[in-house]
Write a protein that binds this ligand. Structure first.
Ligand code: ARG
Length: 587
């Protein structure tokens, strides 16, 4: 569906032509002074020079042309030459009626559909997910959904950290604890089906081994050796690694499922190791990489860098590949397998320099195409109320599971107290509302900013929160339920010309949904969707409080109200789906 501003822009351009002015640059925007008008255009301003006329005189000519032609808007010429516009209610009602029939709720298609990979999640195998992984998952999932909504072909990749020292640490520690296991016997050639640990054992082993490696030099050496033997293909270690992967991914999947986060690709760092030797040799041969104090580096500094960009190290002096090498190899593989137009990384902003180095290296090496876009959406830190990175009460790293449990429990109590939900639905409802609280609390902030995770604020049913949005949706649902019709049926009723301010404001907000989603997709900015659905919820609630919907005696007027309500519900549901959560029927 075309944007409302696009239709208005075309009509206004016709009036410019009719008045004898060049219509080429005419655009209409939503007003930034809603107290004065709904839409505005400054298209008369730049024409003053060529027309040898004051901008205000041009604007007045255009207004006169509009009046002669009959337009979908009222228009005024104001000093120094702006055009202030207000849409005619019948035009707006007609637009809204078309939106109600549109399967995409007015979301426009991107000008060019692209193949995009979103790299988000980035959990590390055998380590539990902690709150630091929450933002990557929540923001990445939303960006993926938004990009899909405007028609791009998107793949989400979890990009597991499954190849580093953490695996070597686990192997070394298991060897101390269970030296009799066949994985350590170099003559063994079959290994048991069953893993030699459970997920909770695995999660206990990693931090234990990691702490030990910091004080016990010999153990650290063992872990490094195990890592390198694993990487060079020692059979027993590969088999053990398989088991670690199996147990750990099963647990990760369960956790992401709970967050309503879904990846199309479960690839990881290990998948691209096979390309590394060839890539390194090639970079060295072509003189792109050079040796510096035993290490192999790519100089990626550029003229005009405001901050020093250190060289990208792709091989350490001991021969080991690094985090950057793996990311370079991953881009290589992605180009080979999927040929994306764009790769979006949703990763902590503290890794910004890493991505600058990696992106510059692949460009220099011609691994990507001329037009391939590489974008790092760096997010800030989730802090506690003390302004320091979010921790448990005793100062430890907060596991994601514990955080969700805590919030769900609090929400369940609240929901049971409200008594709007059947006893047997309380738990499920609490899960949905809790997820909205966590996700909306995160997404409503610009991703790059640090934010304070304030449980009390985020879980409130009032204010700019997920539960408030859900509450508004539930209100719509329950009115339709009481009217005895479905959303679909209500959307088939006829829209009328809005008679009051609140109705018109609601319609204008509804009409803005498509443009907002388009902006969010272009800017990779879920917070825009949050700001929008909050605005829409407010204007709906304003309308609701001033209108007797079910008590309306005129049947067709009542049906029109129900249609407006159903469209609001539909748009809000579509909005929260883009953010990655859903709404209960009651709460
Ligand atoms: N596993 C990494 C970490 O925990 C994050 C990976 C981010 N993605 C990437 N392609 N580098 O820091």
């Amino acid at each position: 569906m075309e944007k409302l501003t696009y239709i208005l822009g075309n009509e206004l351009a016709e009036a410019f032509a009719e008045a004898g002015y060049d219509p080429a640059g005419v655009v209409v925007k939503v007003s930034d002074r809603p107290d004065l008008c709904e839409f505005q255009s400054s298209a008369a301003m730049p024409l003053a020079k060529t027309a040898h006329k004051a901008p205000l005189a041009i604007a007045e000519d255009v207004k006169a042309a509009c009046d002669r032609m009959g337009r979908s808007f009222e228009i005024e010429a104001v000093r120094p030459g702006f055009l202030n516009m207000t849409v005619k209610p019948e035009f707006l009602a007609d637009y809204i009626a078309r939106m109600a029939k549109d399967s995409k709720c007015g979301i426009p298609e991107a000008e060019e559909a692209k193949k995009i990979i979103v790299d988000y999640g980035g959990p590390n195998v055998a380590k539990p997910l902690h709150v630091g992984h929450l933002r990557a998952a929540v923001i990445g999932e939303s960006i993926k959904r938004i990009l899909r909504a405007v028609g791009h072909d998107v793949l989400g990749d979890v990009h597991l950290g499954d190849w580093g020292l953490q695996i070597g640490l686990i192997i070394a520690e298991l060897r101390v604890r269970n030296p009799e296991l066949p994985y350590f016997d170099e003559n063994a050639d079959t290994y048991p089906e069953e893993a030699p640990f459970t997920i909770s054992e695995l999660e206990e082993i990693y931090p234990f081994a990691s702490a030990k490696s910091k004080t016990d030099e010999a153990f650290r050496e063992e872990a490094l050796k195990a890592t390198s033997e694993l990487q060079s293909g020692r059979k027993g270690y590969r088999a053990l690694w398989q088991k670690i992967m199996e147990i750990s991914t099963r647990d990760l999947k369960k956790n992401y499922e709970r967050l309503d986060v879904h990846f199309d690709l479960w690839k990881g760092e290990s998948d691209v190791q096979e390309y590394i030797p060839g890539l390194i040799a090639d970079l060295e041969e072509r003189g792109i990489a050079k040796t510096d104090q035993g290490a192999l580096i790519v100089d990626v500094s550029e003229e005009g860098d405001k901050k020093e960009v250190p060289p990208c190290i792709i091989r350490k002096s001991d021969g080991a590949a690094l985090y950057a090498t793996t990311d370079i190899a991953t881009i290589y593989e992605r180009m080979k397998l999927y040929h994306p137009d764009k790769i979006v990384y949703v990763v902590d902003k503290r890794q910004a320099m890493h991505f600058v180095q990696v992106f510059r290296t692949v460009r220099k090496a011609g691994i990507t195409d001329e037009g391939t876009e590489l974008v790092h959406v760096g997010f800030g830190t989730m802090n506690g109320k003390d302004g320091k990175p979010f921790k448990t009460r005793d100062g430890g790293v907060m596991r994601l599971e514990s955080l969700l449990n805590e919030i769900e429990e609090g929400m369940e109590t609240k929901i049971r107290d409200n008594k709007n939900v059947r006893e047997e639905d309380a738990k499920k409802t609490a899960e949905m509302v809790a997820l909205s609280a966590v996700k909306y609390g995160d997404l409503s902030n610009q991703a790059a900013k640090d934010y304070v995770f304030d449980t009390e604020k985020f879980t409130s049913f009032e204010g700019n929160t997920g539960p408030y949005i859900l509450y508004t949706i539930v209100r719509c649902k329950s009115i339709l339920e009481r009217a005895g019709i479905s959303e679909e049926e209500a959307l088939n009723y006829s829209f009328r010309t809005p008679s009051g301010e609140a109705e018109k404001a609601l319609m204008l907000d509804l009409a803005d949904f498509g443009p907002v989603v388009a902006d969010a997709a272009r800017e990779l900015a879920p917070h825009r969707i949050c700001a929008y659905i909050y605005r829409l919820s407010n204007s709906f609630n304003h309308f609701y409080h001033g209108t007797r919907i079910l008590a309306e005696e005129d049947a067709s007027q009542k049906n029109y109200y129900l249609a407006l309500l159903a469209l609001t519900e539909k748009v809000l549901l579509c909005g929260i789906n883009l953010l990655g959560f859903s709404a209960p029927d009651h709460m």
